[in-house]
Design a protein around this ligand. Sequence first.
Ligand SMILES: [Fe+2]
Length: 271
Amino acid sequence: MSKFIRAKIALFLTSLLVSILVMSCQTTGQTTVPIAESQPPQAITTAATFPPVASPDEELSAGPARLPLLPYDYAALGKAIDAETMKLHHDGHHASYVKNLNDALKDEPDLQKSSVEALLRNLNDVPENIRIKVRNNGGGHLNHTIFWQIMSPEGGGEPQDEIAAEIKETFGSFEEFKQQFNKAGSDRFGSGWVWLVRNPAGKLQIVSTANQDNPIMDGAYPIMGNDVWEHAYYLRYRNRRGEYLNNWWQVVNWPEVNKRSLVSLNSSKSS
Ligand SMILES: [Fe+2]
């Protein structure tokens, strides 16, 4: 066999090998499962740091979310909030958050099995096309559910029991705590909330959140919160948010606040 024929055979075999390799790679590429499909969808889990939030022993259902009944009459908090505001706030605003949350989750059966708290703690696991709706309306549902509970017609006065001692220890006095809380509520630009939370270190802290965000989104436990959206006070107080913040202390349900504080304290000690 001449050198020329041997060279042609070697060239043919090399080409054949290269072709086989290329075909092999193409076949593999066609059958590769996209990364997003190859991983099972992540289950939404609750961060274990703190217990249920909307009430001390129970999370809020997302399948479906339901508007809670007001635990008193519309006029019952008249020392601080008028009946018309209460009716619009509960039957109008809060009801809309519940409806909009259910609308956002209507095609998401797996998310409906989650709690509202878990959805908010794990917003990155919520599909992007509904994430803002879940954040705003899930937060609105959660915030207002807490809000109705931590107010009472028999509320007001000085805090009692363990929360009284912890407020004094943390802020120096109840008066100083109120001042700092009111200032944070006044300083919240636009719409939002002012909160007393137990932070991830287990300490009491005053924070404010924008829009309908809830402190659980930052790993804290909301013990009590006041709504500083204009819809919470404008009919009676007009633009005088500071006056509303001052009067609101007359309806704070301290036994409920104390219960929420103790549950979060015990949880932070055990975690
Ligand atoms: Fe509100």
